[in-house]
Write a protein that binds this ligand. Sequence first.
Ligand SMILES: [Zn+2]
Length: 247
Amino acid sequence: MDSKNLFKKAAELIKSSQKTMVLTGAGISTESGIPDFRSPGTGLWENMDPTEVLSTKVLFNSPEEFYRVGFKILSSMRNAEPNEAHYILSEMEKEGIIAGVITQNIDNLHQKAGSKKVYEVHGNTREGSCLRCGEKVSFELLEEKVAKEEIPPRCDRCGGMLRPDVVLFGDPMPHAFDLALKEVQESDLLIVIGSSLVVAPVNFLPGMVDGLIIINATETPYDYKADVVIREKASYALRNIWNLIKS
Ligand SMILES: [Zn+2]
C-alpha cells in the first residue's frame, strides 16, 4: 500500500474507534532537534553512552559524573520547541479524537504544545526531588546549584542529595505507568508514534489493544501485529491523517 492509502486507513480506524490512546517516543521529538538518548550510537554524544551515565548506578556511585556529564543531556532538552506533530496531537485531544498521550519522552514538548492528558512514563525535566526527605524542587533549582558548582546539589531542607525526576536506567517505573496501562486496557486503538518499541516495559502496551497504528521511521517488533504501519516522519504522517479526519 502506498502512503496515501495508509493515511486513509489510519484515519478510518481513528474515526471509528471508541477510545484512542497515543504512545510517543523519541522519534516525535527529533524534528524538534532532540536526539534519541535511549538508543546508543545516535552519534550526538559521541564521547559517552547516555544509557550508561543516565543510570541510578552512576547517580549513586559517582554523583559527580552524573551531574557533570549526564545532567547536561537532560538540561539541553529544555530549550526545545514542539513541532507540528506535537501540535496536531494537542488539537486531536481538544477535538475529542484521542483520549490522551503516553510518552517515553522527558522533553515536556506535549505539554508545551497544549496537550492536557499526558502520562510521562519516563519522568520529566520539570522537577527534581530529595533522595532523603522527598522534598520536591524545580529543575531550575538543580540547574542553579550545578551552575554554582554545588555538585551534587543538596536539599535546602535536610542536606540530602537531590536528583532529577527522570526515570533513569535502573529506576522502577513511576505511578504514571500504571495509569497509562489502565488507559490502554480501556482503549480499542493505540497509535504509536516515533517509538521503536524496544524499551521495556513500555513496549508491552501495543500487545494490550486490538487496534494498532504504528508511525515510525524504522521497523518495530510489533509491525506484524499492526493494522497500519507508516514509515514516515511523525509530522508528515499526522498532518495527512489529521486532514483526512477533518475533511
Ligand atoms: Zn531533603
